[in-house]
Design a protein around this ligand. Structure first.
Ligand SMILES: [Zn+2]
Length: 166
C-alpha cells in the first residue's frame, strides 16, 4: 500500500511555483488581480482560495489568509476562522463538483520544511480518488494532470459562488 500523504511532493510543488519568473508574492498579487488570471476560485472576507498552477491532482487548491505573513501563530482569531471556513467550503465544493473520495491537506511553514513561498502562509487541499495512486509515478516528480486548469477554474469558481451564496 502506497503512502497517500507525501509532504515532499508538496515541497516540490511549492518550489516549482516559486521558481516562476516573478519573485513577487503570488498570493498578494492575486488580491489585486482578476480571478481567472490568478486562478482564484473564491474570495473570503479574510482569505482567498486559488487553484495550484502545478497541481498534484486536478482541483488542488490553496487557501491563504489575505494578510502577507509566513507564520500560523501570527494569525488572529478571525483570520484563523476564515481560513478554516474556506477549507471546509472547499471540501464541500470538491466533493460535489469533482466527486472526490477523500482529501490530503496541510501546510509547509519555513524553508526548512520545504515551503517555496515561505513569506505568505498557505494551506494545500488536494482531492483524492480511489485508485488515483495507480497513476502516480514512482520515480518521476512530475505528474500528468488530466484536466486543464482553465476547465477546473470554470467549474470550481462557479460552484464556490453557488455554495457560498447558499
Ligand atoms: Zn503575500
Amino acid at each position: 500500500m502506497e503512502t497517500l500523504w507525501a509532504p515532499w511532493r508538496m515541497a516540490y510543488i511549492d518550489r516549482v511555483t516559486d521558481s516562476q519568473p516573478s519573485a513577487e508574492c503570488i498570493f498578494c498579487r492575486a488580491l489585486g488581480a482578476g480571478d481567472r488570471e490568478s486562478l482564484v476560485v473564491h474570495r473570503g472576507a479574510l482569505s482567498l482560495v486559488m487553484l495550484n498552477r502545478f497541481p498534484y491532482n486536478p482541483g488542488h487548491l490553496m487557501v491563504a489568509p489575505r494578510s502577507h505573513g509566513g507564520d500560523l501563530a501570527a494569525l488572529d482569531a478571525d483570520e484563523l476562522v476564515d481560513v478554516v471556513d474556506q477549507l471546509q467550503l472547499a471540501t464541500r465544493v470538491l466533493r460535489s463538483e469533482m466527486g472526490c473520495d477523500g482529501f490530503n491537506g496541510g501546510w509547509n511553514q519555513g524553508r526548512v520544511a520545504g515551503a517555496g513561498i515561505d513569506t505568505h502562509l498557505h494551506f494545500h487541499l488536494v482531492p483524492r480518488w480511489s485508485g488515483d495512486t495507480n497513476f502516480m509515478p514512482v520515480l518521476a516528480e512530475v505528474k500528468v494532470v488530466p484536466e486543464h486548469l482553465d476547465t477546473t477554474w470554470e467549474k470550481l469558481s462557479g460552484a464556490f459562488a453557488a455554495a457560498s451564496a447558499g
